[in-house]
Design a protein around this ligand. Structure first.
Ligand SMILES: *[C@@H]1O[C@H](CO)[C@@H](O)[C@H](O)[C@H]1NC(C)=O
Ligand SMILES: *[C@@H]1O[C@H](CO)[C@@H](O)[C@H](O)[C@H]1NC(C)=O
Ligand SMILES: *[C@@H]1O[C@H](CO)[C@@H](O)[C@H](O)[C@H]1NC(C)=O
Ligand SMILES: *[C@@H]1O[C@H](CO)[C@@H](O)[C@H](O)[C@H]1NC(C)=O
Ligand SMILES: *[C@@H]1O[C@H](CO)[C@@H](O)[C@H](O)[C@H]1NC(C)=O
Ligand SMILES: *[C@@H]1O[C@H](CO)[C@@H](O)[C@H](O)[C@H]1NC(C)=O
Ligand SMILES: *[C@@H]1O[C@H](CO)[C@@H](O)[C@H](O)[C@H]1NC(C)=O
Ligand SMILES: *[C@@H]1O[C@H](CO)[C@@H](O)[C@H](O)[C@H]1NC(C)=O
Length: 569
């Protein structure tokens, strides 16, 4: 047989798409066959534990509350006396799970970390729709470390809302089902009422409500970029004024819940400005079709826009395949991981088909056309109600999938999933071990104020450092639910500028100079060498008393640096 025929045969046997897919690009690991609940909401805490919770009103979960405790709630729509947990804390180091007690319904709620590292979770459904719940990280397995509820705390019911931390350390809560308004936690004045946000009425199609869980990002000028349905505004939340209207995303298809695409603020560095990337979703009409049993192919496009531009325009790119309900995760090296979701249908009970098992990475700085790379396949469908968050060691924790009103393990197309997996991006491959940096200073939990020079000491096993390809990144750990990670933010603090002293190297960077760039709170700091990140360390970004004095909402003063937390160790 002449060679061309062999080649032809090869392509017939291994279709082109397969040939382009690297056989082993990243690795999957099953961490837990069951954590007892399905991971609808997930947040990494500075205690290196992941807080995970579901809704409370679907009946019993597969994990009991400790010490024979039960929740008695006559308003629970499924089980007035419930002795199972609907929230757990997962510890990656010991691969163990601890059940937690939620009192009211957290279904489709929202959250943000406060500057002191406590999670502020708000809203939900039914008896929980105006609640605020706080979870402070703790060490050990102290039973005292559990949810605290304040109910009611919100001025309005918030179901499918989005939270974002603000430069002064307060939190804004935007929208929610049939709530065309926003409010703050803590409240800005005692008498303050929620303020209306007409943009949420304008983007609301009453039959489909394709603007829930709006994509909210803090722009570098201090205003909020709010994307809902198929367009966005730049919003001055202090004055309640729309500063800018962005053009409609080309194609005009909806990108928010239930047409759930996803979005990230791309890595912030000094030369590319603030850019947002919106990927996937479901076309106009897909939700109605899915309700009629027809599962329309999802969108395969991403729109990228510079949000701080005078004349912002969308640039469109095509993903390797269609995806609805994908999760977008910023990796420590600045790549974007697009993971989970389905090829057809929409978010909502029983409304999607064709799981997408292969994650895709996106390299923002590569030339157009060579930004996407298909990763290794998982064997677990992660449909509606799936989540993914970055861990300090660079792995991505993946869980959830429950497209049913209850926990249904049999007789359904996509059984309720209680597993927890880790996806290790290819940078964790042991073949890169010799160039992987290790941070030796500062120590984890160090504090850093604003515009502070920071010398990061590190070593590389091979001792061979490629000076020009060393950078320091800082990642805000986000709250993931419904295909959107609230408060996700990555800053590139500096590149190059490496010196050597003794057997270690130092890279000199400066911490961000304003709360608009990086609100106060806990961040993960990484050294990245030749695109391979170190393990992260926790950095507490705090305000000096001088700055903090002017704003009492700020809970992140350098001088009261979580003495409380350390005393519990
Ligand atoms: C790790 O790297 C080696 C060498 O480049 C490669 O053969 C292997 O497939 C990679 N494994 C994974 C899981 O990426
Ligand atoms: C959860 O509990 C149900 C009912 O006891 C059982 O059928 C199911 O196998 C359990 N699922 C897992 C993943 O443990
Ligand atoms: C149940 O709901 C009613 C009416 O909304 C409320 O008055 C009552 O306090 C609720 N009970 C509990 C235990 O939450
Ligand atoms: C963080 O702040 C919240 C809100 O003020 C408070 O309830 C919580 O106890 C604080 N957490 C820690 C660890 O100090
Ligand atoms: C799921 O389980 C519930 C309660 O066991 C049952 O009523 C419901 O019909 C099941 N749903 C499906 C889609 O099978
Ligand atoms: C990085 O480059 C500088 C100047 O070009 C040099 O002095 C230094 O030794 C280099 N560092 C390493 C680790 O190679
Ligand atoms: C680096 O040098 C210091 C002393 O200068 C020594 O204590 C340390 O073990 C060395 N580390 C490595 C990784 O060689
Ligand atoms: C490089 O480090 C020096 C201090 O050694 C500092 O003055 C300078 O600003 C740094 N340059 C960059 C680009 O970070």
């Amino acid at each position: 047989m002449p060679p061309p025929l062999i080649i032809l045969l090869f392509f017939l046997l291994f279709p082109h798409e397969r040939a382009l897919t690297h056989a082993a690009n990243g690795e999957w690991e099953l961490l837990q066959p069951s954590i007892g609940i399905s991971a609808m909401h997930m947040q990494l805490l500075f205690s290196d534990r992941a807080l995970i919770f579901d809704r409370t009103d679907f009946g019993p979960s597969n994990i009991s509350l400790p010490s024979g405790r039960c929740r008695r709630d006559p308003n629970d729509t499924a089980l007035p006396i419930d002795c199972t947990a609907h929230s757990v804390e997962y510890t990656p180091a010991s691969n163990s799970v601890r059940p937690l007690m939620l009192l009211t319904d957290t279904w489709c709620s929202s959250a943000a970390l406060l500057p002191n590292g406590t999670l502020l979770q708000t809203g939900g459904y039914n008896d929980g729709d105006r609640a605020a719940r706080l979870y402070s990280p703790c060490s050990g397995d102290a039973a005292s470390c559990d949810w605290q509820e304040i109910n009611p705390a919100l001025a309005k019911r918030r179901w499918y809302a989005t939270n974002h931390i603000l430069p002064d350390g307060g939190v804004i809560i935007v929208g929610g089902r049939r709530q065309f308004s926003y409010e703050f936690y803590p409240r800005r004045t005692t008498a303050e009422m929620p303020r209306s946000l007409p943009f949420l009425i304008q983007t609301n199609d009453p039959k489909v409500e394709n603007n829930l869980y709006p994509f909210v990002f803090l722009n570098v000028d201090g205003n909020l970029f709010i994307f809902a349905n198929n367009r966005a505004i730049l919003f001055d939340y202090v004055r309640g004024v729309v500063v800018k209207n962005y053009p409609t995303i080309p194609g005009g298809d909806p990108r928010n819940y239930p047409s759930s695409g996803s979005a990230v603020l791309l890595p912030l560095n000094s030369n590319s400005g603030a850019q947002v990337l919106v990927c996937g979703g479901a076309p106009t009409g897909a939700y109605v079709s899915a309700n009629n049993g027809k599962f329309v192919t999802a969108l395969d496009t991403c729109g990228r826009i510079r949000i701080d531009d005078q004349n912002p325009q969308w640039a469109m790119e095509t993903m390797p395949g269609p995806r609805v309900m994908g999760d977008m995760v910023l990796l420590p090296n600045g790549d974007v991981l697009i993971i989970n979701g389905a090829r057809s249908g929409t978010a909502g009970w029983e409304l999607s088909r064709d799981p997408v098992l292969t994650p895709v990475t996106y390299r923002p700085d590569n030339p157009v056309g060579s930004r996407f790379e298909v990763q290794s396949s998982s064997s677990t469908p992660r449909m509606y109600h799936s989540t993914a968050v970055l861990l300090r060691d660079g792995r991505v924790l993946v869980g959830g999938s429950n497209p049913h009103t209850y926990y249904n393990f049999t007789g359904v197309l996509f059984p309720t999933d209680l597993t927890l997996e880790a996806f290790s991006p290819s940078y964790l491959n042991s073949s890169y071990a010799s160039m992987r940096p290790q941070i030796i200073s500062p120590v984890s939990q160090s504090k850093v104020s604003y515009k502070q020079p920071l010398v990061v000491g590190f070593t590389v096993p091979s001792g061979q450092i490629d000076n020009g390809s060393v950078m320091v990144t800082m990642v805000a750990p986000p709250f993931a639910t419904h295909s959107f990670s609230m408060n996700q933010r990555l800053l590139v603090l500096g590149q190059g500028n490496v010196t050597v002293s003794g057997n270690s190297s130092q890279i000199r960077v400066v911490s961000p100079d304003s709360g608009n760039l990086a609100p106060p709170g806990y961040y993960l700091l990484f050294v990245v060498h030749r695109n391979i990140p170190s393990e992260g360390i926790w950095l507490f970004r705090c305000l000096t008393s001088f700055l903090a004095r002017f704003d009492f909402r700020v809970l992140a003063r350098c001088d009261s640096h979580l003495a409380a937390w350390f005393s519990r160790l």
